[in-house]
Design a protein around this ligand. Structure first.
Ligand code: 9D3
Length: 256
């Protein structure tokens, strides 16, 4: 996979791209990560990339020329390097109005050959960028940040870890457990007693069937309390449903 990021702050990506799992994936040749400052594609002598909005009002708007220039240059080069006719890249605009990013979206993006991310900084984009250049618009959630750089790093991190060979086999199971749609059960390690707090006895019992049952119930209970909307789109066994009914009855009983 090749990933290009268009940003006015390429230095923000250095640490994230160089360290930990992303850095290793890059060293192993599993992903190519590039940043590009679209200010270099500004078409005027002051190298400006934004301008006042037509129609007035506050704020600035990112001009189309630098972003079209940068993306088109990139696509031309990628075509030339590759030789083989490559699949069309996804051109992803990071913006607060974008589609909410999810694990499902990460899985879809991990199937692509080439991703291009466009990051802005607390301003709007000229609408023609959306209409004629961009294939996807993504937001990472309903809170306001200062720019699209951190969101792009979040998306890239979640996509790259899904690429074959990036994680060891043990860790890839973690992906699967997220895809089951339940929150994780509680984990404990040594010591069995820390201060006054004991590890649940069942985990020390060596009785694997009971342990599995306890973990499943803990996952269901946590999901019910913290993220009940996740349970609605889940396939649950008869036993799961029985346990959830018991939990709900128990909590209505308590409040009486
Ligand atoms: C004045 C209207 N604001 C829109 C809510 C302007 C604005 C605020 C913040 C425009 C850009 C930004 C910077 N944020 C992003 O570019 C961004 C973002 C975010 O703030 N939250 C969650 N996901 C994303 S993806 C890009």
């Amino acid at each position: 996979m090749r990933i290009d990021v268009l940003t006015l702050f390429p230095e923000m990506f250095e640490g994230v791209f160089g360290s930990s799992i992303l850095g290793k994936a890059r060293d192993k040749g599993l992903v190519e990560l590039h940043t590009m400052n679209f200010r270099d594609y500004s078409t005027n002598k002051h190298k400006t990339v934004d301008d006042y909005p037509f129609g007035g009002g506050g704020g600035m708007v990112l001009k189309p020329e630098p972003i079209f220039g940068a993306v088109e240059d990139l696509l031309q080069k990628a075509q030339a390097d590759d030789g083989a006719p490559a699949r069309k890249p996804r051109v992803i605009l990071m913006c607060p109005q974008g589609e909410p990013f999810t694990q499902r979206k990460a899985e879809a993006l991990s199937e692509e050959e080439h991703l291009v991310f466009i990051c802005g900084h607390y301003e709007g984009y000229d609408e023609r960028i959306r209409q004629h250049l961009v294939t996807d618009e993504l937001s990472i959630g309903d809170y306001v940040l200062t720019g699209g750089e951190l969101p792009a790093m979040v998306v890239i991190d979640s996509v790259v870890r899904l690429l074959p060979g990036v994680l060891g086999n043990e860790s890839s199971a973690v992906t699967d457990s997220f895809s089951t749609g339940l929150l994780e059960y509680p984990h404990y390690t040594r010591p069995a007693k820390f201060r006054d707090w004991d590890v649940p006895e069942v985990l020390l019992s060596g009785h694997h069937e009971n342990i599995e049952k306890w973990r499943r119930r803990q996952s269901l209970e946590r999901t019910l309390r913290r993220r009940p909307e996740l349970l609605e789109r889940m396939e649950l066994s008869k036993k799961d449903k029985e346990w959830l009914r018991e939990l709900k009855e128990r909590s209505t009983g308590e409040s009486d």
